[in-house]
Design a protein around this ligand. Structure first.
Ligand SMILES: *[C@@H]1O[C@H](CO)[C@@H](O)[C@H](O)[C@H]1NC(C)=O
Ligand SMILES: *[C@@H]1O[C@H](CO)[C@@H](O)[C@H](O)[C@H]1NC(C)=O
Ligand SMILES: *[C@@H]1O[C@H](CO)[C@@H](O)[C@H](O)[C@H]1NC(C)=O
Ligand SMILES: *[C@@H]1O[C@H](CO)[C@@H](O)[C@H](O)[C@H]1NC(C)=O
Ligand SMILES: *[C@@H]1O[C@H](CO)[C@@H](O)[C@H](O)[C@H]1NC(C)=O
Length: 484
């Protein structure tokens, strides 16, 4: 059996969490690494995990947190390797932490009792949503606005007037879009959002040495051969090799890169859903089957970006966790800076603040120059909280451009109302594709192909393992050996 296993050849498109999880699982189970080629478009491995050294620690340009621990395979791998930070128990958050204040651009602050009331009402809506959304035909946004309207009409808000409550709701909307990776909560399916299953436990767990350690762990699991040599996967990765064309219905699959054409019995596609949305019709020949194309079209894929500002020294106090920005609709500029969530402090980085932005505003922000972005962000901070401190201008900006990068075209997937209308789900994205002789030629992994944990690294890893197991099953027979 192992003999036929070692005969089939495989190309993995993408050296991110799912691609490398698949490769390491295959090699663990006896698949000859020399029969695997991993094509990576970037000049680095990692995909949407991108840990960058900074100062005496690191910053995460991509995946930031391990979301929960129960049933979270990434948490298990990291914890077993002793790589989870356990010395910090405070909840790190893009928004709701108690030491993060909420302010209008003109410096007006939301008082603690107002914030407390708002959070309580919002939480009660979240509680209700778990029960209500299954029967809710419309978008998540329409649900929240409907419930919020009920609270406004019922007089639930006693510490603020209607317009301030709505400004806070607008902020909650921006926060939800960052969590979902959606452009607008009117595009997130209400009932579809129930497909997402959380892992219980701290949602903002961090790695001691950064997320990219995951790849060391995945590769380390690869067994040694009987003569003691470590089978090498790293050697199987071709960096700087964007794929231009995959010809999948004429015998062996042909994968065309700029400098070279590769052939294999099967191709595991792990690029982001964003890339598939952008150019699947050009990438695959013949066109993918109708159902797959509809899944690619229907399932949502948004943009979430981070902006790090570096200061010569912190101008804030150690108790200050950050500020969230409220936008007064009467004073909105219509530019992307109306939509920036706010800035918060960064663990292990005393001179940095991190800001989050999503959706069309994030894409606009990506188009501005570094200097423009630095200037606008700094102005927001100075106007909202600068007068409380001796504010100083930042000296440097570091930011992500997940949408503009052709190798990603965005950040992560969500269940859109369009996917509900088209009746397409993660299983449709995950479905392998057979050639006209019935041989499986294309397989799909990646966060967007996970039924319940999409948008997460643990989904990426699980789907990589899922496809590795499928490949093992498929190659157990002599299906491909005749050709080799
Ligand atoms: C609502 O309250 C805020 C803060 O007290 C105040 O600045 C604003 O003018 C009020 N808006 C209306 C429409 O009353
Ligand atoms: C889905 O979202 C779009 C954009 O907001 C909206 O135009 C459309 O009506 C929504 N469809 C459903 C079924 O809610
Ligand atoms: C299917 O099998 C036939 C006979 O072996 C072969 O001629 C043909 O090229 C195959 N088609 C594909 C798509 O592999
Ligand atoms: C592909 O070819 C170009 C131009 O000849 C070269 O600059 C580049 O390094 C090559 N890439 C790889 C992965 O070999
Ligand atoms: C950003 O710039 C590109 C290239 O000029 C353009 O195609 C795109 O529409 C712009 N995006 C936004 C959101 O302004």
């Amino acid at each position: 059996m192992l003999a036929s296993l070692t005969m089939a050849t495989l190309i993995i498109v993408g050296a991110g969490a799912s691609g490398l999880a698949a490769a390491s699982r295959l090699v663990e189970k006896g698949f000859d690494p020399d029969r695997i080629t991993i094509l990576e478009a970037e000049n680095r491995i990692g995909g949407r995990i991108h840990t960058v050294p900074h100062g005496s620690s690191v910053i995460e340009m991509g995946a930031q947190w391990v979301h929960g621990h129960d049933g979270n395979v990434v948490h298990s791998l990291a914890a077993a390797a002793g790589e989870i930070r356990t010395d910090i128990h405070t909840l790190e958050s893009t928004g709701y932490a108690d030491n993060v204040e909420m302010a209008y651009r003109d410096g007006r602050k939301i008082k603690p009792e107002q914030l407390k009331e708002f959070k309580k009402i919002l939480e009660s809506i979240y509680e209700d949503s778990r029960r209500d959304l299954a029967q809710w035909e419309k978008s998540l946004g329409e649900y929240f606005e409907y419930k919020f309207g009920e609270h406004l009409d019922r007089g639930s808000f006693t510490t603020m007037n209607r317009s301030m409550a709505l400004d806070l709701l607008d902020w909650a909307h921006r926060s939800q879009n960052i969590e979902d990776g959606s452009d607008n909560w009117m595009e997130t399916s209400g009932s579809g959002s129930l497909e997402y299953h959380e892992c219980a436990g701290d949602y903002t767990t961090v790695w001691k040495r950064g997320y990219s350690v995951l790849f060391d762990i995945l590769m380390k699991n690869i067994p040694k051969t009987s003569n003691g040599l470590r089978l090498s996967l790293a050697d199987r990765i071709q960096l700087n090799s964007p794929v231009h064309l995959i010809r999948w219905n004429s015998g062996q699959v042909q994968v065309v890169c700029s400098n070279q054409t590769y052939y294999a019995d099967m191709v595991l596609v792990t690029c982001s859903l964003g890339v598939l949305k952008d150019r699947a019709d050009k990438l695959f020949t013949p066109l993918l089957p109708e159902k797959k194309r509809r899944a690619i079209e229907g399932i949502g894929f948004g943009t979430v970006d981070k902006v790090f500002l570096e200061y010569r020294r912190p101008w804030w106090t150690s108790e200050w966790g950050g500020v969230n920005f409220l936008t007064d609709p009467a004073k909105a500029t219509g530019d992307w800076d109306d939509t920036l969530m706010g800035f918060s402090t960064v663990r292990g980085q005393p001179n940095l603040l991190i800001g989050w932005i999503s959706g069309p505003a994030a894409r606009q922000c990506e188009n501005d120059s570094d200097n423009e972005v630095l200037r606008k962000c700094s102005a927001l901070l100075r106007d909202a909280v600068g007068s409380d401190f001796s504010y100083e201008e930042p000296t440097r900006i570091i930011r992500t451009m997940w949408h503009s990068n052709r190798h990603f075209c965005g950040s992560y997937s969500y269940r859109s109302n369009k996917s509900k209308d088209l009746n397409v789900w993660a299983t449709d994205l995950a479905e392998p594709i057979h050639d006209s002789n019935g041989s499986v030629r294309l397989l799909f992994a990646g966060e967007a192909t996970h039924d319940h944990r999409y948008s997460n690294v643990h989904a990426a890893v699980e789907t990589g393992w899922r496809e590795a197991d499928r490949i093992i099953e498929l190659t157990k027979g002599a299906q491909f050996t005749a050709k080799l």
